[in-house]
Design a protein around this ligand. Structure first.
Ligand code: NAG
Ligand code: NAG
Ligand code: NAG
Ligand code: NAG
Ligand code: NAG
Length: 832
């Protein structure tokens, strides 16, 4: 292009100028032209240099690198000179066009222009030559987006406490790896991010690196992420090579915190290349996981901190923030509060639901509440997709079918005690290769512990080991999975009312479990065809326990193995119950019962629970249930008759509970009388757990040997009967000084853990003391001995005062913890 213009210009000038003048001006002209041409050439060179540089800059930027300052400056300068030169040449072109019309610039101007062209050319060349860079860009650790303040973070009081504890643990020089655990969606990552921000702003660490590990822990990716954040470029291909570079790079940091978020299994820090512990004291690692086991077992982090659900006010405040503050005080307020409650303090639910309802109309809120209150097993996934996915993931990660099945079972049955779980689990045959109750109990405890450690179960509010609870949202997920994978039906009163499902025969036929909670009205059909049914739970509403069961109800559920009916009116127990030849566990707790002799037909029955029922008589037919391993007659306050030889016939019996104001009419001797005798228990070879209250000391047999028992709770005399399950070897005796125990061996003291004696005569106390000293009592955890009643041996008023001044409990001693009592210590303390 430039060439063409030039030629034309030269031609034009030639024909216009007179010859002599033409000569000089021609020389000038050609100088000018060549200057102009040179300028244009140089500008083009510079332009392509600029483009080249810009490409390099773009590429570097794409890699997230920072551009060197001199490069930026050069580009700016180059731009300036190019713009200037281009303007100059453009103006010149315009001037030339005018020249066609006889408006050529005069000589003087032309000389000036020529000089200017030359000057500009030199400037351009200078700029071009100045382009000498060692490099265009440099790597930085880009500011981690997580470390930028998050306005969504809510400083909840309940979390602040944990946060402060974690921060102070991080300052502890002895701590080098610590963990946070909690269920999916509880906000572990949020908290970890907040910690990262805090330590960064408080300058607790020079560097903070946050890496998401997640399920399919990919070592290369983890290395890459840490490397990126430290501005480290790996030149090695192999994992171990990269680990070495990373190791060296991290060691160069004086104080560094590495947060590994969302760990699912053991992650070998050395394989990744993270120095820790004595390898590099300045490097601390913070882990988050859903399972405590991963933290303390596999990773051996300590201390570890758990995060629980938000309290109601915190939940509400988060909910408002997400749904929009306008709901406070608006017509939405009350329904919004109800919706928020349904999220049960789980942040992931609160956030997703509140966001989804933002700016929605009232009827949409109402609909959402309805769905949340009664999620059908199939639509739950749609109501709370995020929570669902989070929890389902944890479910999928549970180790082994047994654990998964137990989790689902707890979910859809809403069982909350070890005992009930044991009964159902045994009844369903869930524990492979286990046929002893004691072994099964240990298994159940282990499984429940694992579920708690995975945060799929929570500690019960009572904090007792025999109970547990499940978060509502987790339960909804369990029900949903159980419905899909196992055809389990779960419904509560509202859903049962006008229950249409019964009429869908093909659906009913597929059910393997039916669980109906708090049923108020008689909704059960006369017969249900459930050939695959394994488990049936029906609990009536406690207040209106008039719920009955049609006589043919059980007729077509021949495979059923577990039946649990609670608070029902079973005065006429359906005869079809007796046909259930596969039934292993039957629980009729708190039911109205009259004649239960039909259960004599349940030949395979292993577990029978009649706790809290009002039976007056244990039918003789129970004696035919020779496979029975567990018989629970707790709280059967009306039970008057246990026929003789029924208990003794139950040769497989392993656990027997007759307590809490249950049967008291034990016969003193077997011969010639009609009620059962305590003596019969001696004939149960496999009895390992026994709970027994004996009111009348006279019915007590001599020598109740308990050496085979793993666990017992035996109380003789007047006691307050609390209805908790037994967990250890406990013996309580209150004699009221009625009889003298000398020569009676009542209980095997070996291995006893809890012993309480009241109102015994001195010789009896001595007897126990001697026995205890003989067998040793290393397992004794609780010992309480009260002396003889004051009526018999009244201390003088003055003496009593003096005593209570010396020893608050006068002649009572309570020793907790593991005590090793020697004979003398024992006697001394008692003060006899
Ligand atoms: C039976 O169901 C009731 C109510 O759902 C429950 O409390 C109890 O633990 C269950 N018992 C067994 C043995 O499953
Ligand atoms: C004891 O069990 C046997 C079967 O083992 C049975 O025939 C007998 O009737 C039972 N006795 C009583 C008193 O139930
Ligand atoms: C008692 O237990 C032993 C050992 O577990 C077993 O061999 C035996 O068959 C059991 N006896 C009865 C009557 O269940
Ligand atoms: C068992 O004892 C109760 C109360 O003493 C008595 O009413 C009942 O008749 C006895 N049982 C039998 C089977 O005789
Ligand atoms: C605070 C906390 O939960 N600490 C526990 C962490 O794990 C160890 C076992 O590794 C327990 O002993 C701590 O009690």
């Amino acid at each position: 292009m430039a060439e063409i213009i030039l030629t034309i210009v030269v031609e034009v000038v030639k024909c216009l100028a007179p010859p002599a003048y033409r000569q000089i001006s021609y020389l000038r002209e050609s100088k000018y032209m060549s200057n102009l041409q040179n300028l244009k050439i140089e500008v083009d060179h510079l332009k392509s240099e600029r483009v080249r540089t810009e490409h390099q800059v773009d590429e570097a930027k794409r890699k997230g690198e920072e551009i060197e300052e001199n490069v930026e400056n050069w580009l700016a300068t180059a731009n300036n000179v190019i713009v200037e030169a281009v303007k100059f040449t453009d103006d010149e072109a315009i001037a030339n066009k005018r020249c066609f019309k006889g408006l050529c610039p005069n000589l003087k101007t032309r000389r000036r222009l020529s000089k200017e062209a030359e000057r500009q050319k030199e400037a351009v060349v200078k700029v071009r030559e100045a382009r000498r860079f060692d490099r265009i860009s440099y790597c930085t650790a880009p500011e981690d987006i997580r470390l930028i303040s998050n306005k969504d973070y809510e400083p909840f009081e309940s979390r602040m406490f944990t946060l402060r504890n974690i921060l102070s643990a991080l300052e502890d020089p002895d701590v080098n790896m610590l963990g946070i655990y909690g269920m999916g969606g509880i906000g572990k990552t949020m908290l970890a991010e907040e910690i990262a921000r805090k330590v960064k702003s408080d300058k607790l660490f020079d560097q903070v690196v946050f890496v998401e590990v997640s399920q399919n822990q990919d070592i290369r990716k983890i290395q890459g992420e840490i490397g990126d954040k430290l501005g480290l470029k790996f030149h090695e291909e192999s994992e171990s090579g990269r680990a070495n570079s990373l190791f060296t790079r991290i060691k160069a940091e004086k104080k560094i915190l590495i947060i590994l978020d969302n760990i699912w299994e053991n992650l070998d820090l050395r394989v990744v290349g993270i120095p820790h512990g004595d390898g590099h004291k300045g490097c601390k690692v913070l882990l988050t996981a859903r399972s405590q086991d991963v933290l303390s077992g596999k990773m051996d982090s300590r201390p570890n901190f758990s995060i629980g659900v938000l309290n109601e006010e915190e939940a509400w405040s988060l909910f408002k923030k997400m749904a929009g503050d306008y709901i406070e005080g608006s017509e939405f307020q009350s329904i919004a509060r109800d919706v928020a409650k349904e999220c049960a303090g789980l942040p992931v639910s609160i956030v997703t639901i509140a966001r989804a309802l933002r700016n929605k109309r009232l009827f949409e809120w109402k609909d959402a509440l309805e769905q949340l209150r009664r999620p059908s097993s199939t639509n739950f996934k749609d109501i709370q997709p995020t929570a669902y996915t989070a929890i389902e993931l944890s479910y999928n990660k549970l180790e082994g079918e047994e654990l998964k099945n137990i989790f689902l079972l707890i979910g859809y049955t809403a069982i909350s005690s070890i005992d009930a779980l044991l009964m159902c689990g045994m009844g369903l045959g869930l524990f492979q290769g286990v046929n002893k109750m004691e072994v099964a109990r240990a298994r159940v405890l282990t499984l429940v512990h694992k579920l708690k450690a995975s945060c799929m179960l929570l500690d019960h509010i009572s904090k007792k080991e025999e109970f547990f609870s499940m978060h509502d949202v987790v339960r909804d997920v369990a029900i949903s999975i159980a419905s899909r994978e196992q055809n389990a039906l779960t419904a509560t009163n509202e859903q049962v009312d006008g229950f249409r499902e019964w009429s869908d025969e093909s659906a009913v036929k597929r059910y393997t479990s039916i669980v109906l909670h708090d049923v108020r009205t008689n909704v059960l059909p006369e017969v249900v065809e459930c050939p695959q049914l394994k488990l049936l739970f029906i609990s009536a509403d406690k207040e209106s326990s008039s719920l009955t069961i049609p006589n043919n109800f059980f007729k077509r559920m021949i495979q059923v193995r577990v039946i649990n009916l609670t608070y029902m009116n079973l005065l006429s127990l359906p005869s079809t119950l007796g046909f259930l030849l596969n039934l292993r566990a039957l629980s009729l707790c708190y039911c109205k019962l009259l004649d239960i002799s039909v259960i004599g037909g349940l030949k395979k029955l292993e577990i029978l629970c009649l706790r809290g029922s009002d039976i007056k008589q244990l039918p003789t037919e129970v004696g035919q249930l020779t496979w029975l391993t567990l018989l629970d007659l707790r709280e059967c306050r009306k039970l008057e008759v246990i026929p003789p030889n029924v208990l003794s016939n139950l040769s497989h019996l392993e656990e027997l509970y007759i307590s809490c104001r249950s049967f008291q009419k034990w016969e003193v001797e077997v011969e010639g009388v009609k009620n059962a005798s305590v003596e019969e228990l001696k004939h149960l070879p496999n009895l390992t757990s026994l709970e027994l209250d004996i009111h009348d000391v006279n019915t007590l047999l001599r020598g109740l040997f308990l050496e085979k028992l793993e666990k017992y709770r035996i109380r003789i005399g007047d006691w307050y009967w609390e209805s908790t399950n037994i967990w250890r070897r406990e013996f309580r005796l209150r004699l009221n000084n009625k009889i003298c125990l000398k020569d009676w061996l009542i209980v095997q003291l070996q291995g006893i853990e809890d012993l309480e004696l009241r109102e015994l005569q001195e010789q009896d106390v001595n007897y126990f003391a001697n026995e205890l000293a003989k067998v040793g009592s290393s397992e004794l955890k609780f010992l309480r001995i009260h002396g003889c009643s004051d009526a018999l041996n009244p201390p003088a008023e003055s003496k009593r005062q003096e005593e209570s001044a010396n020893d608050m409990q006068s002649n009572e001693i309570i020793l907790e913890d593991n005590v090793n009592i020697s004979n003398t210590l024992f006697i001394e303390k008692v003060g006899y």
